[in-house]
Design a binder for this molecule. Structure first.
Ligand SMILES: [Zn+2]
Length: 397
């Protein structure tokens, strides 16, 4: 048995407990959370830390496969510059890729991450995931702008998904983005989602370029498809609706859905989203450090909070981030939206993430019987209960 105390304990499903003690089995299972307002003077065998205890973090959007692109992509070039650079850098050896994924996985664990929703286009990350102590849900991502490519793209995704499933690693087939998936491919993904009831995830309104492509059929995405990929885009016509509003029909409302980025999502988009599906199984994944890296923009967090949408965090990949740390994402939001309470940020980082990946039975909060991991966040403003740029995480359990 282990007893851990800190200045505050944030249980993940409620208010912070001052001077509490978290009691755990040796294997990390939560036995109890004792409120002890009168201090620890008489309690034997208690480890005490200055700072706050929170459950293990859940990173709901990552691309392990891109880990070898760390520090290779120029910042703030916009979506056109970013995808162009990625395309030109697809020449690493398999050994380099494996090594960089292995290191990224180890660092995520050390930074207090207990579960990850990972976008994969191939089976390259399978060996790392089999050995990892992190629980992964793999989103097998498929794309294909040309309608004629739909069958082939879907077959490849199915083969990849089966390889993960055969190793008992949870996986589901998902579309890359509104602008990179043709209607017939969307329909195939939809049919599979209805049959398998898998978790869906899609990059949503990450760039202004996406809006421009939908509204005017021009801009950096049109340029990328035509000039980098050499595709004929003459079948693409400007729409009257936004990208999100145009694709919602393909994403069954019964399936859990993760919308990733949402940097250019509007109030009208949110109203359309909520008219078509329940907030309960809809999650908005924020990757603020990646948004700053690529577009130098941040999502309209206040719109999502006002509409009581479930928010969680993702780091995106090392191609567009300096680290894969949920705490660093929380700090960026805290610094840019100083009114958001720490309790709310922790809820996004822990329990909402666990719910998004359907792992809330075990993860996300200090509730009896769960095994959520325990993180210590130190060097924060304990008087105002705010994170600062110096806040650090230490994994205790
Ligand atoms: Zn991504």
């Amino acid at each position: 048995m282990r007893k851990i105390a800190a200045t505050y304990i944030f249980p993940g499903n409620g208010k912070p407990v001052k001077n509490g003690i978290l009691v755990l089995e040796d294997d990390g299972t939560v036995i109890d959370l004792i409120e002890k307002a009168d201090g620890f003077g008489d309690e034997a065998g208690v480890e005490f830390y200055s700072g706050i205890l929170v459950p293990g973090f859940v990173n709901t959007h990552c691309h392990l496969e891109l880990s070898h692109l760390h520090q290779k992509i120029d910042e703030k070039t916009g979506i056109g510059g970013f995808i162009g650079q990625i395309n030109r850098l697809r020449n690493a050896t398999e050994n380099e890729i494996q090594q960089s994924m292995h290191t990224a996985d180890k660092r995520m664990w050390a930074a207090g991450t207990v579960a990850v929703g990972d976008i994969s286009n191939t089976t390259l990350s399978l060996p790392v995931k089999l050995k990892s102590r992190i629980q992964y849900h793999t989103f097998v991502e498929t794309f294909g702008f040309q309608p004629s490519r739909a069958d082939r793209a879907f077959d490849i995704a199915e083969t990849v998904k089966n390889e993960f499933s055969n190793q008992q690693l949870p996986a589901s087939i998902v579309p890359h983005s509104p602008y990179s998936v043709s209607e017939p491919l969307f329909r195939k993904i939809e049919t599979e989602a209805r049959r398998e009831k898998g978790i869906l995830s899609i990059h949503n309104q990450e760039s202004e370029g996406e809006t421009q492509f939908y509204r005017e059929a021009t801009g950096p995405i049109a340029d990328h498809l035509q000039h980098n990929l050499g595709l004929d885009i003459s079948h693409w016509k400007a729409r009257t609706k936004s990208s999100l509003q145009s694709i919602l029909d393909y994403l069954p409302s019964e399936n859990c859905l993760l919308l990733v980025h949402n940097t250019f999502t509007s109030e009208e988009d949110v109203q359309t989203l909520l008219a078509g599906r329940k907030a309960e199984n809809t999650f908005l994944v924020l990757c603020p450090n990646s948004n700053l890296y690529i577009e130098n923009a941040l999502p309209p967090v206040e719109i999502f909070r006002k509409n009581e949408l479930n928010i969680c965090f993702g780091t995106d990949s090392l191609a567009s981030n300096h680290q894969l740390s949920v705490l660093e994402e929380m700090i960026t939001i805290q610094e840019n939206f100083p009114d958001i309470a720490l309790q709310e940020l922790i809820n996004w980082a822990c329990l909402n993430g666990a719910r998004a990946l359907q792992m809330e039975d075990q993860l996300g909060s200090f509730e009896r019987g769960k095994k959520p991991g325990v993180n210590l966040i130190a060097t924060l403003d304990l008087k105002r209960l705010k994170l600062t740029s110096k806040s650090r995480v230490k994994k205790l359990v």
